[in-house]
Ligand binder design. Structure first.
Ligand code: OGA
Ligand code: NI
Length: 379
């Protein structure tokens, strides 16, 4: 495997990665996770233990307009965000057919020959295109391929689709399905944002401006092929999402795990649901009431797995700061104001190696012992 040695600063090109994934019977060394803290455990006890289950919330009131049900969901969502930073939503209003179509387009894209996918190559440290999701300071390779696109404020979907599918109708089909899916998720996200804002005791529309004009919306397809030695590899290393909100759809194969204390809890696959999680920005806006929690994707030897992760963000130049209502003597202001652009500059470059350290750069400088005021920093 000498040809695949990585120097730790440059990531292997995605072409080689896919070739290894296809023909490998044994895990090449560069995929072996040596850091025990990042070694996956494949036990799935949490799938059977109701106490260790990420809550599933029923959003049917959005269509029915039932205010009692809404109040219950607001309270349950707030509790989930304070404890788990994650929850699932069912009866969310997005047509299951559209979800399946988008999954089909993602599979169609990953099944393209490598040299075609490489036309959208994502360089290490870059955000969009086809690549291996590998942070600059990360030594171990993810057992995955991914494709990241942006819809807003400017879309790169059609441009990338025309490189992948030179035939017009095929490229058109890919773009329109992906766009329709992302627009539906954006609408859902605005409603989820209001529910979560209300759960903080604020006016539901208090943060709505963040997802209006010039908002930043992207989607990453994550594809995890079957892996010959899943207990040694990792699909996506433990990380927090830097964004405001993530709305993820996973297929029926388990793999997404969320950290709770010293345990990793598997999020039960529910193809009728979306998984919602709080990103760093929301933790910051909520003055740490809501948690941006470490999560990861593990792999298995039997089945391929696909997730569609939509990331919802404010305009690049918008200032991120907790509102005065959330700054109290018991919960003083934890972060200084900053712009999303400032945060994003660091967000994808370096993998947080010791928990969620990325947001710590934005603590108010006057803080003496930051770890006592920001519990998530010790995850
Ligand atoms: C992500 C992520 C998990 C998964 O894309 O940020 O956490 O299950 N994905 O693919
Ligand atoms: Ni994530």
């Amino acid at each position: 495997m000498a040809a695949f040695v990585s120097d730790g600063n440059s990531t292997i090109n995605a072409g080689l990665l896919a070739a290894i994934l296809k023909d490998s019977k044994q895990l090449p060394e560069m995929f072996i996770e040596s850091d025990q803290n990042h070694r996956p455990s494949l036990e799935s006890a949490s799938l059977e233990d109701p106490d260790l289950d990420i809550p599933v919330l029923d959003l049917s009131f959005l269509a029915a307009g039932n205010s009692t049900q809404r109040a219950e969901v607001v309270a349950a969502a707030a509790k989930a965000c304070q404890t788990w930073g994650f929850f699932q939503i069912q009866n969310h209003g997005i047509d299951q057919k559209l979800i399946v179509q988008c999954e089909e387009e993602a599979h169609r894209m990953f099944q393209l020959p490598l040299d075609v996918k490489e036309r959208c190559h994502r360089a290490p440290g870059a955000t969009f295109g086809y690549g291996a999701n590998t942070w600059i300071n990360q030594k171990v390779m993810h057992w995955a391929e991914s494709f990241h696109m942006q819809l807003n404020p400017t879309s790169n979907i059609r441009e990338m689709a025309s490189k992948l599918f030179p035939e017009g109708s095929s490229s058109q089909q890919f773009s329109s399905v992906v766009e329709e899916y992302m627009i539906a998720v954006e609408n859902l996200a605005s409603q989820v944002l209001e529910i979560l804002t209300e759960g903080l005791g604020l006016e539901p529309s208090c943060f709505s401006q963040y997802l209006r004009r010039e908002r930043m919306t992207s989607m990453r397809f994550n594809f995890y092929p079957p892996c010959p030695e899943p207990s040694l590899a990792i699909g996506l290393r433990a990380h927090t999402d830097p964004h405001l909100l993530t709305i993820l759809h996973q297929d029926s194969v388990p793999g997404l795990q969320v950290q709770m204390g010293d345990k990793w809890i598997t999020v039960k696959p529910r193809p009728d649901c979306f998984v919602v999680n709080i990103g760093d920005l929301f933790q910051i806006l909520s003055n740490t009431r809501y948690k941006s929690v470490l999560h990861r994707a593990i792999v298995n030897s039997e089945s391929r797995r696909l997730s569609l992760a939509c990331f919802l963000n404010p305009p690049l130049n918008s200032t991120v700061v907790a509102p005065p209502e959330l700054i109290t003597p018991e919960c003083p202001q934890v972060y200084r104001p900053f712009t999303w652009l400032e945060y994003l500059k660091n967000a994808y470059l370096y993998h947080p190696t010791a928990g969620n350290e990325r947001h710590e750069r934005f603590f108010l400088k006057t803080m003496v012992d930051v770890h006592t005021v920001a519990p998530s920093s010790v995850h």
